[in-house]
Design a protein around this ligand. Structure first.
Ligand code: ATP
Length: 371
């Protein structure tokens, strides 16, 4: 499933040069975006970057200041929310407290003047979809947070919208329930075939549920890619740092050939070899980004590796299944190495102040334009 790689695929949603201004403030800055039918698309970015604004424009609560938004090949300019094949589920769930689950689900359908038998069938189908048949007669206050969340989801899907917008849908749930619910969401999305666009602060959540992620920064879409591409091939230091943990080493590009780049970074140290990121140039300043789990730690010098450097263990964070070692290099850089805590490795004996070697493969990290 990768319609974004198929030139003949027809997007469900298209943004062409869309901007949104609030007074003088540019909240959305000239974005182009295509989202395809059946995608589970995540918008990720820090607070205030414009995620909610983008969703509200899709739902029809905000008009674009410039550019064009189409849904299902129809220009959305001037089309009010209730005339769009779009529904939005809010974090607060907004269930009617005095209505039971069935009546909450039926509410919107009754307003659309559907026949009663059809409404009953649809409600039954929705209850089954979110596995709440047993709770049909309960009122919202008689349900757990997770169950309320499922009622809200069922209600949002009852009218079979083509597009469902989810603004921090799992924000109110605790970590464990949140993780379980992510899989339920994916399952429900697949069963209904609805296109989901989700806003989340939580990068792990976006990585888990989404077919593609758009990373936003100050109203711009800085990278739109599959979760693994965003993680393994970030196109900027900003994206590398926003998704997961990363070591950054500043330097200057000393060699650039095809997909290989080298970074000169410290006197008396060999150049770092890595993958060539976009928009870097030989002789220019750049930064090398490598994930802590790709940096190996050893007591002996790993002479078989090109990228190796010595340092001293400054801190160790024990995380149960793994530990993060903070290693200070002679030139002052602090590099994190994250290693699994399994018994096979004598690394367990490495402790504070020990001299160690860090090493990584030539393709473990990427050279990017400096932040
Ligand atoms: P959060 O994750 O905190 O919800 P967000 O990425 O969803 O943030 P938006 O709510 O889209 O961000 O807001 C983007 C920017 O636009 C913010 O700087 C916000 O202050 C501004 N903004 C949003 N709505 C309005 C408005 N009605 N009038 C003026 N400025 C607004």
């Amino acid at each position: 499933f990768a319609p974004w790689n198929d030139e003949a695929a027809v997007p469900l949603i298209q943004f062409d040069g869309v901007s949104k201004k609030y007074g003088d403030f540019l909240a959305i800055d000239n974005i182009d975006l295509k989202i395809y039918p059946r995608e589970f698309f995540a918008l990720l970015g820090p607070s205030g970057c414009g995620k909610t604004t983008l969703m509200r424009m899709l739902a029809g609560f905000e008009e674009a200041s410039a550019g064009k938004i189409t849904i299902d090949n129809k220009d959305m300019a001037g089309i009010p929310p209730n005339k769009r094949a779009v529904n939005m589920m809010f974090q607060s769930y907004a269930l009617f407290p005095h209505l039971n689950v069935v009546d909450n689900l039926a509410f919107g359908l009754k307003r659309s003047r559907m026949a009663k038998s059809e409404i009953d069938g649809r409600v039954e189908e929705m209850l089954r979809l979110v596995q709440l048949q047993k709770f049909a007669k309960r009122k919202p206050h008689q349900l757990s947070g997770g169950q309320r969340q499922r009622v809200a989801l069922a209600r949002a899907l009852a009218k079979a919208p083509k597009l469902l917008l989810l603004d921090e849908p799992l924000g109110a749930l605790d970590k464990k329930l949140r993780e379980e619910t992510q899989f339920e969401l994916m399952d429900i999305q697949e069963k209904t075939g609805t296109t989901f666009v989700i806003v989340t602060h939580d990068q792990e959540e976006a990585m888990t549920v989404a077919s593609r992620i758009a990373v936003m920064d100050h109203g711009k879409l800085v990278q739109i890619d599959t979760p693994d591409r965003v993680y393994e091939n970030p196109n900027s230091i900003y994206v590398a740092g926003f998704i997961g943990d990363v070591n950054i080493i500043e330097g200057r590009v000393s060699h650039l050939a095809g997909e290989e780049a080298q970074l000169c970074w410290a006197e008396g140290t060999s150049d770092i070899r890595g993958m060539a990121g976009p928009k870097i140039q030989k002789g220019e300043e750049a930064a090398f980004a490598v994930r802590p789990e790709k940096v190996a730690l050893s007591v002996q010098e790993p002479i078989e590796r090109n990228n190796r450097v010595a340092g001293r263990v400054e801190d160790i964070a024990y995380l149960g299944n793994m530990s993060t070692y903070y290693v200070r290099l002679e030139n002052g850089n602090l590099i994190k190495s994250q290693v699994a805590n399994d018994r096979r490795i004598s690394r367990r004996s490495v402790t504070w102040n020990d001299q160690v070697w860090l090493s990584w493969s030539d393709t473990a990290g990427i050279v990017l334009p400096s932040g």
